[in-house]
Design a protein around this ligand. Structure first.
Ligand code: AHM
Ligand code: MG
Length: 335
C-alpha cells in the first residue's frame, strides 16, 4: 500500500516491483494515461469559457477550431498511447472499429490492449456537472509480433490486468487498480501532480443510496420496480436516499465512498440497458470488486460475461455488496 502524500509517479515506480515478470510496460501505460488525463482535465476546466472562446464547431478568437470535448478527449488519449508506443491496440467508445497500434520500429511486439470511454457523461459538460474517463487494460491473447485481432479485445472482464477512471469533478482524481486493491490520487492542478489521497479504497458493505434513472420507471422490469419499492419502504434503515447524477463515474465514485447501489437496467425501451460492457461496465466492475463491492447484470457477475461485440451493452447493477445481492434477489424472484 502507498504512503500518504506519495505522488502517483512514486507510487507507480514503487509498485512495479510487486509485479512478477514486469517489464515496466504496464507502468508506462498508466503513466501515459495520467498524462493524457491532465491534458483533458485542462480542456474540461475551460469548458465554461466556451461563450467567450467560441462554441464547439466554431472558430475561436485565436483562430483555432473548437472541438466537441468527447472527440477531443478521444484524440488526446489515442495520440498519447500511440506516441508512447506502449500498446498494441486501442478500442474506444468513439471509434467504430479497434485501432491497431505499432510499437517501436513499426513492430507489433507490445503486449497490452486498452479499451476506453474517453469522456463519459459528456452531455453534462454544458451544465458544469462532473464527467469521467474510464479505461480497461488486457494482455493480448494473440502472439506478440502479429497485428492485434478482435479477439484480443473480446476478453471477459476477469482477464483485465488494470482498470481505472478519472473523475473531472470539484477536484480531479485518478482511481485505478491492477488487481491489488484500489487507490485514488488527487490532482493538484497548480503543479500538475497527482497525490495519493485515497489509499486502499473500500466499498462499504452496505449503504443508503440508490442511484438510477427513475424517470424510466414504467419501462423497467418487474424486479427493478419491486427493488425500488423496497428502497422506498419505511423499515429498518430504509427508506434509502435517491441520488442520480447521470454521470456513471461520479455516481459510482460517490457510492464507493458513501455506500450505495447504481442500477442501469434493461427496459422495454432498451433491451440490454445503455451501458457498454467492455469499456464502461467491466472496468468499473473490476475496480468495485477490488474495493470489496459487487457488480452484476442482475443475475450473473459482470466480469464473467463472454463478450461477443466491441460495443455490446449490458444491464448494470453495481455497488455495495449487500445491496447488489438484495437487488439480485428481487430480479430472480420477479419474473
Ligand atoms: P454516454 O456514454 O453517452 O455518456 O452515456 C453514459 C451515461 C452514464 O454516464 C450515465 O450513467 C448514463 O449514461 C445516464 O443515462 P440516462 O440519461 O439514460 O439516465
Ligand atoms: Mg459512455
Amino acid at each position: 500500500m502507498g504512503q500518504p502524500h506519495q505522488t502517483l509517479g512514486e507510487y507507480i515506480i514503487e509498485n512495479q516491483k510487486a509485479f512478477r515478470y514486469s517489464s515496466g510496460e504496464l507502468s508506462r501505460l498508466i503513466s501515459s494515461i495520467k498524462l493524457a488525463a491532465k491534458v483533458v482535465n485542462h480542456e474540461v476546466n475551460k469548458a465554461g469559457l466556451v461563450d467567450i472562446l467560441g462554441a464547439h464547431g466554431e472558430t475561436n478568437v485565436q483562430g483555432e477550431d473548437q472541438q466537441k470535448l468527447d472527440v477531443y478527449a478521444n484524440e488526446v488519449f489515442i495520440d498519447t498511447l500511440i506516441n508512447r508506443e506502449i500498446v498494441c491496440g486501442i478500442a474506444s467508445e468513439e471509434e467504430d472499429e479497434f485501432i491497431t497500434v505499432k510499437g517501436h520500429n513499426g513492430n507489433h511486439d507490445n503486449k497490452y490492449v486498452v479499451l476506453m470511454d474517453p469522456l463519459d457523461g459528456s452531455s453534462n459538460i454544458d451544465v458544469n456537472v462532473s464527467v469521467g474517463t474510464i479505461f480497461s487494460v488486457y494482455r493480448r491473447i494473440t502472439p506478440e509480433g502479429q497485428p492485434v485481432e478482435l479477439k484480443d479485445f473480446l476478453q471477459p472482464g476477469n482477464k483485465q490486468v488494470a482498470a481505472g477512471y478519472i473523475i473531472y469533478g470539484t477536484s480531479t482524481m485518478l482511481v485505478y487498480t491492477t488487481g491489488h486493491g484500489v487507490n485514488g490520487f488527487t490532482l493538484n492542478p497548480a503543479i500538475g501532480t497527482y497525490y495519493l489521497s485515497h489509499p486502499d479504497m473500500k466499498f462499504p458493505k452496505t449503504g443508503k443510496i440508490y442511484s438510477m434513472n427513475e424517470g424510466n420507471y414504467v419501462h423497467f422490469p418487474k424486479g427493478v420496480k419491486n427493488y425500488i419499492k423496497y428502497c422506498q419502504e419505511e423499515e429498518g434503515d430504509r427508506p434509502y436516499t435517491s441520488r442520480y447524477i447521470g454521470s456513471l463515474v461520479s455516481d459510482i465514485h460517490r457510492n464507493m465512498i458513501k455506500g450505495g447501489i447504481y442500477i442501469y437496467p434493461k427496459s422495454s425501451k432498451v433491451a440490454n440497458g445503455k451501458l457498454r460492457l467492455l469499456y464502461e461496465c467491466n472496468p468499473m466492475a473490476f475496480i468495485v470488486e477490488q474495493a470489496g463491492g459487487k457488480a452484476s447484470d442482475g443475475y450473473q457477475r459482470i466480469l464473467d460475461i463472454e463478450p461477443t461485440e466491441l460495443h455490446q451493452r449490458v444491464p448494470f447493477f453495481c455497488g455495495s455488496k449487500k445491496m447488489v445481492e438484495k437487488a439480485e434477489e428481487f430480479m430472480k424472484s420477479s419474473v
